[in-house]
Design a protein around this ligand. Structure first.
Ligand code: MF3
Ligand code: CO
Ligand code: CO
Length: 273
């Protein structure tokens, strides 16, 4: 198994997939308010994919080795949920922070994978700061993407920014190559050393999706009565945030594929970085 360089036709298919995934997030944004359940957000997104876009949700029935089939169309990770939160009857309340992670498959078989953080009402200054710094982490990683750079450059830049703010990087989950498969090589770590790992070449497509904890980096799986085989939380119950884009390595740098009118732009503070 090697990292595949996408053909021009595949790249065009991935542009379409990326835009459609981002448009699901645009669609759901006005519904993300106190009082709605994460299961309702899942139903609305799934219907939009099926009835408006003609796409299918990649998570539904996804079953990597060691996991039960994923039961829903999207992931909804609230507060101390790091990732893979399964939509349920939880009612979003004022002050929550929420990650919605969308992966769609187009009719042509291409995957687009993107996630954003949402504020439910008015979260604390600390919660909002975590979300902002995590967004900066994603973009600082994206800005490292160009031919000749190394995956370790991306991971190092993300880790440095997170830790400079007193936050920590989750180690157990990473970005990934993506195309006709949901998860392919390479693994894109959100920590590391500059100049190490895979050397980037034009035509590679992968996600950058840092999970940043306000406290310690440790994680645990949701166990007991509410166990679902998927939901991952912080070990120390601190808040966790995540943002995700799917990115193409171009001849000169990067192209973000998961773009839509509602996708927040790169932070001003990074414009000249
Ligand atoms: N979308 C997640 C990612 O960024 C993967 C979710 S797997 C699922 O890689 F089955 F939980 F949906
Ligand atoms: Co992903
Ligand atoms: Co994702």
């Amino acid at each position: 198994m090697a990292v595949v360089i996408k053909t021009p036709e595949e790249i065009e298919g991935m542009r379409v997939a990326g835009r459609l995934a981002a448009e699901v997030l645009d669609f759901i944004t006005p519904y993300v308010k106190p009082g709605i359940t994460t299961a309702e957000l899942d139903r609305l997104c799934h219907e939009y994919m099926r009835d408006v876009q003609g796409t299918t949700p990649a998570p539904l029935n996804y079953a990597p080795p060691g996991y039960p089939p994923y039961p829903k169309a999207i992931c909804t990770s609230v507060n101390d949920v790091v990732c893979h939160g399964v939509p349920n009857e939880y009612v979003l309340k004022n002050g929550d922070i929420l990650n919605i992670d969308i992966t769609i498959i187009t009719k042509d078989g291409f995957h687009g994978d993107t996630s954003r953080m949402f504020y439910i009402g008015e979260p604390s200054i600390q919660a909002r700061r975590l979300c902002e710094v995590t967004f900066e982490c994603m973009w600082i990683g994206i800005l490292k993407v160009r031919p000749g750079a190394y995956l370790g450059d991306i991971g190092h830049a993300i880790q440095r920014h997170a830790e400079a703010h007193g936050y920590s990087v989750v180690r157990e989950f990473c970005g990934h190559g993506i195309g006709r498969k949901f998860h392919e090589e390479p693994q894109v770590l959100h920590y590391g050393r500059p100049g190490t790992g895979l050397k980037l070449q034009p035509g590679m497509i992968f996600t950058i999706e840092p999970m940043i904890n306000a406290g310690k980096p440790g994680i645990r799986e949701l166990k007991g009565k509410r166990a679902d085989g998927w939901t991952i939380l912080t070990q120390d119950r601190s808040l966790s945030a995540q943002w995700e884009h799917t990115v193409l390595v171009t001849q000169t740098g990067y192209e973000v594929l998961t773009v839509s009118p509602g996708a927040p732009p790169m932070p001003q503070s990074l414009q000249a970085a």
